[in-house]
Ligand binder design. Structure first.
Ligand code: TXA
Ligand code: MG
Length: 344
């Protein structure tokens, strides 16, 4: 166990510069610090320091073959980590960065080998959260940062989520309140003539296509064929799982209600994660509202997946969402989190 320092930078809505300095100095000294981004909380370490980066893998229990994203404050810093950058990446950066998007490009070797898990490519991103940007500027080094959860659990969207998973295992945590987008960045492979989505996320396929025309999706994400190996190594692992088993149920409220009734008749304690309107129509003991819009659902999703503990309920049911816009990222995460998918 190590002592985890917790800083609150958002009192009075402003960033406390002396606390920020302390956190930045710890990162430069090779410590691990969790911080908010606009997507989820990240667990950061100096991306050029192999020993520092290995502390991330240790704290999370992360498989060694899963590469990390290097976070930087500016386009200039980003371009200093990579080579062979296609022209369309320039356009994407100018349109979407800072923001919830990660570019996988050929590495020029500036990051420590464990950041890239030995691959020739590196994922790079410019977060837009004011605390993340201020921290990156204050330490002036690329920061490797996966989501700040224990491997396999839902990503953290509040400082309390991070604390629950990692206190005693990391040097510090900057509490910047709830993150905004709620699902992670879109990861796109930019090593080919056209961009390929490796993980759907905060920037949607539709938004990308508006800027660069044709965008494809890694076939391993779209098919259930286990022989297809995802190009983002992280996408092959069980992920986002709640403590109690969760079933993803397509087909609407009537079908959901019938299933609830059947489970309750069999003595089960049931919780439902759903849209506010759906919840109003359902009769069940435990309800967690994911809000109204798809954007609300993304923002509240991981809090919902973490909300019910093993002791609270036997089973969690969750409705499905249309796979348009941010709905693609939501359904990608729900499929991974669910132990069973009851399709229409
Ligand atoms: O929004 C986000 O991206 C958050 C915040 C903290 O920035 N970070 C995040 O990191 O989600 P992580 O490590 O939980 O997920 C990174 C994903 C993994 O699926 C990983 O396999 C993939 O990106 N990835 C990273 N580098 C890659 C590379 N060089 N090639 C292919 N996939 C890569
Ligand atoms: Mg993660």
């Amino acid at each position: 166990m190590i002592e985890t320092k917790r800083w609150n930078l958002t009192e009075n809505g402003s960033i406390n510069l002396s606390m920020l300095r302390e956190a930045a100095d710890a990162l430069v000294a090779g410590e691990t610090i969790a911080f908010p981004t606009e997507t989820v909380y990240g667990l950061g370490a100096d991306a050029t320091n192999e020993a520092a980066v290995s502390k991330i893998f240790q704290a999370k229990g992360r498989p060694q073959d899963n590469p990390l994203i290097a976070h930087v404050a500016t386009k200039e810093q980003l371009l200093r980590l990579v080579e062979n950058v296609p022209a369309y990446v320039d356009k994407l950066i100018d349109t979407f960065s800072p923001g919830p998007i990660t570019y996988v490009l050929k590495s020029n070797g500036s990051c420590a080998p464990n950041v890239t898990a030995g691959q020739s490519t590196v994922g790079v991103r410019i977060p837009s959260h004011p605390i993340a940007i201020a921290l990156l500027k204050a330490c002036n080094i690329p920061i490797a940062a996966p989501s700040a959860n224990l491997s396999g659990k839902p990503s953290p969207t509040t400082a309390d989520h991070v604390w629950e998973d990692l206190h005693g295992k990391i040097a510090g945590l900057i509490d910047g309140g709830a993150t905004g987008v709620g699902v992670e960045s879109t990861v796109i492979d930019c090593t080919q003539a056209t961009p390929v989505i490796l993980r759907p996320g905060g920037i949607t396929r539709e938004e990308l296509e508006d800027v660069v025309g044709n965008v494809t999706v890694d076939p391993a994400l779209e098919h259930a064929d286990p022989a297809l190996k995802p190009k983002a190594p992280g996408m092959k692992y069980t992920h986002y799982a709640p403590e109690a088993p969760m079933w993803l149920v397509a087909g609407g409220n009537e079908k959901l209600q019938a299933l609830i009734d059947e489970l309750v008749d069999n003595g089960k304690s049931v919780a439902v994660l759903a849209n506010r309107d759906s919840l109003e129509k359902l009769t069940v003991d435990h309800k967690f509202s994911l809000g109204e819009t798809l954007e609300d659902t993304a923002a509240n999703l991981y809090d919902g997946l973490r909300y019910y503990k093993k002791a609270d309920v036997d089973i969690i049911l969750c409705e499905t969402y249309p796979e348009i816009g941010i709905g693609q990222a939501i359904m990608n995460r729900l499929r991974k989190a669910a132990s069973k998918y009851i399709e229409e």
